[in-house]
Design a protein around this ligand. Structure first.
Ligand SMILES: Cc1cc2nc3c(=O)[nH]c(=O)nc-3n(C[C@H](O)[C@H](O)[C@H](O)COP(=O)(O)O)c2cc1C
Length: 328
């Protein structure tokens, strides 16, 4: 899988998720096998660039290459400025978000709402591609609603504007996250364009990843929600694609160590106050499906200090390991 000058180590990409794919999580997923990880989206509104949140989103210190930064907006000139600003601040790939159905984004006619206005899509893509020397990629849904699946048209617009890879989430904007993602539209786009196509939506297991790659002919798969609390999914898929065999699930001790390391990185990145709060959702995801997970989550969400949060996580895993030994 190649994007401009960057050859990815494999065909597995972490999806951009606002509030989730911060630098610590991207680094973790890359360490555990993601070939690329796209940043949380950054607004094209330059008034917001000075805010702490946006500055943090644009922080790539020590991040494994290639560094892909997603931008969102609906005004071609502002999007071009945003692309230049992020490229000047370390982005090696600029990704344009036309795939997010979030109200906050759609109401200002950005994200997937843009798919309704094909001429505007063309103007935005041309403006961004013309503004930077780094490769520009695009993320879309299959269309506006099931009666308007215009991914193929948008893909052709993208290719002729100079977009270097296209990620497609196999749902329309109207579908939000309901129902199952469909992969036929992605297959049709892959067959029709020459640029790399990345298939996205509901890839939750190694088996599903292989199915989606085979069904669509896509160059890579992009994984979002299934990596929450399970960042090792990338190495599991990589192993399965290479060997046809499943890796054993990680032992409790390894999950604990991954989580503790993740928490330390969150505290270092955000500072203790915000880090502890951001960490809560990750701890919830890691503990999902574990014994006594619900009670643990309720208790750990009350905690305000890093030391106490770490202690509770260690105790929780010690309890799980003791339970395993008893059962053995
Ligand atoms: C919490 C959350 C935040 C998201 N934020 C973004 C975003 O900022 N930009 C974007 O293009 N897509 C965003 N998405 C959509 C994902 O990138 C992805 O397309 C979608 O979750 C489907 O993939 P999945 O089934 O593997 O999760 C977000 C999804 C979730 C769950």
């Amino acid at each position: 899988m190649q994007i401009g000058p960057y050859k990815l180590n494999n065909r597995l990409i972490l999806a951009p998720m606002a509030g989730v794919t911060d630098r610590p999580f991207r680094q973790l997923c890359k360490r555990l096998g993601a070939g690329m990880a796209v940043s949380e989206m950054v607004s094209s509104n330059s008034l917001l660039w000075g805010s702490e949140k946006t500055r943090r989103r644009a922080n790539h210190e020590g991040e494994t290459e290639p560094r892909s930064v997603q931008i969102a907006g609906a005004d071609p000139a502002m999007m071009a400025d945003a692309a230049r600003h992020n490229a000047d601040n370390g982005a090696q790939i600029i990704d344009i978000n036309m795939g997010c159905p979030a109200k906050k984004v759609c109401n200002v006619m950005a994200g997937s709402a843009l798919l309704q206005d094909e001429p505007l899509v063309g103007r935005i893509l041309e403006a961004v591609v013309g503004a930077v020397d780094v490769p520009v990629t695009l993320k879309i849904r299959t269309g506006w609603d099931t009666a308007h699946r215009n991914a193929l048209t948008v893909a052709r617009i993208a290719e002729s504007a100079g977009i270097q890879a296209l990620a497609i989430h196999g749902r329309t904007r109207a579908c939000a996250y309901r129902g199952e993602a469909e992969y036929d539209t992605i297959a049709a786009v892959k067959a029709a364009v020459g640029i790399p196509v990345i298939a996205n939506g509901d890839v939750t297991t190694a088996h599903k990843a292989r199915f989606v790659l085979e069904h669509t002919g896509a160059d890579a798969v992009m994984i979002g929600r299934a990596a929450q609390g399970r960042p090792w999914i990338f190495r599991e898929i990589e192993h399965y694609l290479a060997t046809g065999r499943h890796l054993p699930a990680p032992a409790l001790g390894e999950i604990r160590d991954i989580l503790l390391d993740h928490l330390d990185n969150l505290y270092a990145f955000y500072g203790e106050y915000t880090g502890v709060r951001i960490a809560r959702k990750h701890i919830s995801w890691y503990s999902k499906g574990q014994r006594h997970g619900a009670a643990f989550r309720q208790a750990v969400n009350q905690v305000e200090s890093a030391a106490e949060q770490l202690r509770m996580v260690r105790d929780f895993f010690a309890g799980l390991e003791a339970g395993e030994e008893l059962a053995a």
